[in-house]
Write a protein that binds this ligand. Structure first.
Ligand code: ZN
Length: 207
């Protein structure tokens, strides 16, 4: 029997959401290159439940995104969502997006400085360069191909999550380690300047 990939199990089954444990830096799972998910697997209870729980865990932790290997599942899946985020008050909103087997294409040579943090790197932030215009291709949670054009700060969020799937943490890309700071010190000493920078990036490239 052929699997109908448009069938969406979440609409018909009772959700039992779980908050998953987030792996911290030092856990080898974060350094593994995650594996592609087959179209058949996308429709499985296992993958659908994982996606539900990734969303639940990201929201509970006030993250802007979460990759499957951050919850110790080495698959190429991540979720992203920003809506009035308390952790990142300056970030433009991003509608809930689930991406499976994503591929990123950089559409410009331009780069901008982004102050990033990560749920797997507790209480640390640092400046890294991100591309302000990207195209991502992948599959959504019902197995349909999707193509997303993303700009500015939002493009940075997608690149951060994508890097996780290749075992890369934002820290690996921090060029000037003097930019590293705790969240408290960021709020006290860097947030105001960074908000001005974010406004410039949004004005130039869009969100
Ligand atoms: Zn992260």
């Amino acid at each position: 029997m052929e699997i109908d990939i448009k069938y969406n199990p979440i609409s018909t089954r009772k959700k039992r959401l779980m908050r998953l444990e987030i792996a911290n830096i030092g856990n080898p799972i974060l350094r593994q290159v995650a594996k592609e998910v087959t179209i058949k697997q996308i429709d499985s209870e296992e993958v659908q439940t994982l996606i539900d729980n990734l969303i639940e865990t990201m929201r509970f932790a006030n993250g802007a995104g979460l990759a499957a290997n951050q919850v110790s599942v080495p698959w190429r899946i991540f979720v992203v969502e920003v809506k009035d985020n308390a952790r990142y008050p300056y970030k433009p909103d991003i509608p809930l997006t689930v991406l499976i087997n994503p591929q990123i294409e950089y559409l410009t040579e331009d780069r901008f400085d982004n102050y990033e943090g990560c749920l797997s790197v507790p209480d640390l932030r640092g400046v890294i360069e991100r591309c302000p215009e990207i195209r991502i291709k992948g599959f959504n949670r019902v197995g349909e191909p999707v193509e997303i054009f993303s700009k500015g700060i939002t493009a940075g969020t997608f690149q951060h999550e994508y890097d996780h799937l290749d075992g890369i943490l934002f820290l690996d890309k921090v060029k000037d380690t003097r930019s590293l700071c705790t969240w408290d010190e960021f709020k006290k000493h860097h947030e105001d300047d960074f908000i001005k920078q974010v406004e410039k990036v949004v004005a130039r490239y869009g969100s």
